[in-house]
Design a protein around this ligand. Structure first.
Ligand SMILES: Nc1ncnc2c1ncn2[C@@H]1O[C@H](COP(=O)(O)OP(=O)(O)O)[C@@H](O)[C@H]1O
Ligand SMILES: [Mg+2]
Length: 403
């Protein structure tokens, strides 16, 4: 079908050969992706029942209370919310019920969050253009839609902390006091937050309304993570293509910071990909360790990629000193590099502050060392491979010509 005009390279050949010889380890890779909602959610009975109880009144035409779910990442909040909403929708043929779900971080802006909500209520693209309406007008159209449709609407706002952090709680304030404006329809909010402290950012009136009901999702322990992974592995992989010890290692690694099921599931998926790529018969501990290294590598790359320009320039300055140096030297190198870019020169004090941020991200090490009677200084060292850094920074058009 494809005439081989150019001989296949050795690597392409060997990749295909290995794929043919090695067996497929996955039967269903999809069940290990972040979007998949499992049929069975373990260790979350209390939360599942709790959410169901709060939302149940909608089935006999009353407005459910607002609900706030919070807990660290990977504690099953999104999965529980989607699961209960899914059941709710199959439970009723009630056309007066509308369920909307938006993740504000994925939507990106307040406008897009509200526009997605509006479209899910059946408003058209003509009524809700990509840009141009004010937030107030968007909210008016949403309210009018709910009122005229006489619908009971449940709006799940996932990663609500992102919306509040980036755009404040103005639209939430409007939603919580929609009341009379949408009668005979109603609007109930289910807010989901990964950040436990997010309540501090809310106007007390928004908080008391949004938090009418609250539910906390505790981290999983290692034993629970093992069970979750076993269930998932049984449907994701061919039987006997994974070792129990690999599952246990994924659970232990994901449980070491806080019991994060997302990390556990990601580790298992990537371990499977490593095993398949290497043509192995079973996924073993080594695959899991390689998966963990890859995730850490990806995390670092992403952290560098999303840095503000000044921070990138400072990182580049640090990378000029193999084996590390002190703040003064970094500042000198930074000053000479920054001249070749279109950004202003920051003070040494500000650069020190940014170095501390880069330390927190795990990109540089900024350790205070004593110099005896000459006082203390900071030893600055790059924590990633200079080649990796150059590759990523090279993608930034504002830094071209520096490599
Ligand atoms: N109790 C559970 N049983 C099975 N899988 C779970 C459970 N809790 C979480 N998961 C899985 O872990 C991953 C992360 O869960 P998620 O609900 O997205 O966490 P959160 O929203 O709290 O960050 C998803 O793949 C989800 O399917
Ligand atoms: Mg989530």
């Amino acid at each position: 079908m494809f005439p081989l005009k150019y001989g296949l390279s050795e690597t392409v050949d060997s990749i295909f050969r290995r794929a043919k010889e090695g067996k497929a380890l996955f039967v269903n890779r999809k069940v290990l992706t972040p979007e998949y909602v499992p049929d069975k959610l373990l260790f979350r009975e209390k939360q599942l029942n709790g959410v169901a109880e709060v939302l149940a009144p909608v089935l006999h035409g009353s407005k459910p209370s607002n609900l706030l779910l919070y807990g660290k990442t990977g504690t099953g909040k999104t999965a529980v919310a989607k699961y209960v909403l899914g059941r709710l929708q199959t439970e009723t043929s009630e056309s007066k019920l509308a369920v909307s779900y938006v993740n504000t971080r994925i939507a990106g802006t307040e406008y897009r969050t509200l526009a997605e909500f509006a479209l899910s209520l059946g408003l058209s693209r003509k009524e809700i253009p990509f840009t141009g309406l004010s937030i107030g007008e968007l909210i008016n159209r949403i309210f009018e839609r709910i009122r005229s449709g006489e619908r009971h609407v449940i709006f799940v706002i996932d990663e609500i902390d992102y919306l509040v952090k980036t755009h404040g709680d103005g639209s939430l304030y409007e939603f919580t006091r929609a009341g009379d404006r949408i009668i005979p329809g109603s609007l109930s909010l289910v807010g989901i937050s990964n950040d436990l402290k997010f309540k501090e950012d809310l106007d007390p009136r928004v908080l008391s309304s949004l938090g009418e009901e609250e539910m906390v999702f505790p981290p999983y322990n290692v034993e629970e993570l093992k069970e979750i992974l076993k269930e998932r592995a049984a449907i994701a992989f061919e039987p006997s293509s994974f070792s129990e010890s690999a599952i246990n290692l994924c659970a232990a690694m994901a449980g070491s910071e806080h019991g994060d099921a997302r990390r556990a599931v990601d580790l298992l998926r990537i371990a499977g990909e490593v095993g398949e790529r290497e043509g192995l018969q079973t996924i073993d501990d080594t695959c899991v360790k390689k998966a963990s290294d890859k995730m850490e590598h990806d995390r670092i790359e992403e952290a560098v990629r999303s840095l503000p320009l000044q921070n990138k320039v400072i990182l580049l300055a640090v990378s000029r000193f193999i084996g590390g140096t002190n703040t003064g030297e970094v500042y000198l190198a930074y000053s000479s590099i920054v001249k070749k870019t279109a950004t202003e020169l920051l003070t040494q004090r500000r650069v020190s502050g940014i170095l501390a941020e880069l330390d927190l991200l795990g990109l540089v090490e900024a350790a205070v060392v004593s110099k005896g009677r000459r006082g203390r200084t900071k030893r600055i060292r790059l924590l990633l491979e200079p080649e990796t850094l150059n590759k990523i920074l090279g993608e930034d058009p504002a830094l071209t010509g520096l490599f």
